[in-house]
Design a protein around this ligand. Structure first.
Ligand code: MBD
Ligand code: FE
Length: 298
């Protein structure tokens, strides 16, 4: 069986390019890259050509996720796996691969309707090192762990789990959280490498395809610096600083210019070989700004 090796890129549709350039560079520390295309710009986290494609348009939502496989034979194997699972997909044309700066790709949709790309061979610009958008103590945790994680909208959690299992991820419910209305939320987390989770879903109904994305700093001081900057700017914080039980990362959740949340973190532990579940976080993550789809008592 072929497995994806990492969550490697995001595409977003955004309405306010200037707000995002400022936020990504000066709050998060990402590098803004322009290749002279009027309808998009890129955000970098490491020596890859890019990690985020920011498409400027009329909506604010996730445009696609990009999942990497090792090489061309693995991409063929993945196509056979999708066929066997009766999942519809299209083989990307040479132009579509070029547009993503990869050697080859497949395009499909997950059960929640989230456009999903599987590719091999990203363009890596070793001669163009990462240059952070603001002073940083270090970089982002990427490498074999991928860029981070996202929580996506999946109305059918069981179907979503099967879909991502076909891609080679594994996981389970990792929390049982009592909600004020008496129901129990059972968010489902999945991994494909040593990052504890690359994708999660099952937080309940949400307005946008994406609830949040998470990026991880190598140095605690970069998390602190980001926190100082966004507090000074009075950017909404949905969940205050706290430590998750599953990945044990120290994180906080803030609003992005597009309305979905960005979770910034540090110090996550590696994925375990076996599943476990929790009824709350280790400390913190107190709710603050409401209405971001994170009105949870972790
Ligand atoms: C996470 O990254 C997260 O977003 C939630 C809701 C719970 C555990 C880890
Ligand atoms: Fe998260």
């Amino acid at each position: 069986m072929v497995k994806v090796t990492e969550l490697a890129y995001f595409g977003f549709n955004i309405t306010d390019g200037d707000a995002w350039r400022d936020y990504a560079a000066n709050c998060i520390g990402m590098e803004v890259r322009d290749d002279g295309e009027s309808d998009r710009f890129y955000l970098r986290m490491d020596h890859w050509h890019h990690r985020f494609v920011m498409h400027i348009g009329k909506e604010d939502d996730l445009a696609y996720t990009g999942w990497r496989v090792a090489g061309p034979r693995e991409l063929e194997g993945m196509a056979r796996q999708l066929d066997d699972a009766k999942i519809k997909f299209k083989v990307g044309s040479a132009e579509q691969a070029q547009e993503r700066h990869v050697l080859g790709l497949l395009k499909t949709t997950d059960p929640g309707g989230n456009p999903t790309e599987i590719f091999y061979g990203p363009r890596v610009d070793t001669n163009f090192p990462f240059y952070p958008g603001r002073r940083m103590y270090g970089g982002f945790v990427t490498g074999n762990s991928g860029i981070g994680h996202c929580i996506l909208r999946e109305d059918d959690v069981a179907a979503a789990a099967v879909f991502y299992e076909v891609l080679g991820l594994s996981g389970s419910v990792e929390y049982k959280l009592k909600l004020p209305n008496g129901m129990v939320a059972e968010p489902y987390f999945m991994h494909c490498n040593d990052r504890q989770h690359s994708i999660a879903f099952g937080l309940g109904p949400q307005e946008k395809r994406i609830n949040h994305l998470m990026l991880e700093y190598q140095h605690l001081d970069d998390l602190g610096a980001a926190h100082d900057i966004i507090r000074k700017r009075k950017i909404d914080v949905a969940l205050q600083i706290g430590k998750h039980s599953n990945d044990q990362a120290l994180t906080f959740y803030m609003a992005s210019p597009s309305g979905w949340l960005v979770e910034l973190g540090w110090g996550a532990r590696k994925a375990l070989a076996q599943q476990e579940y929790f009824t709350g976080d280790i400390f913190g993550h107190a709710p603050e700004a409401k209405g971001y789809g994170m009105d949870l008592d972790l």
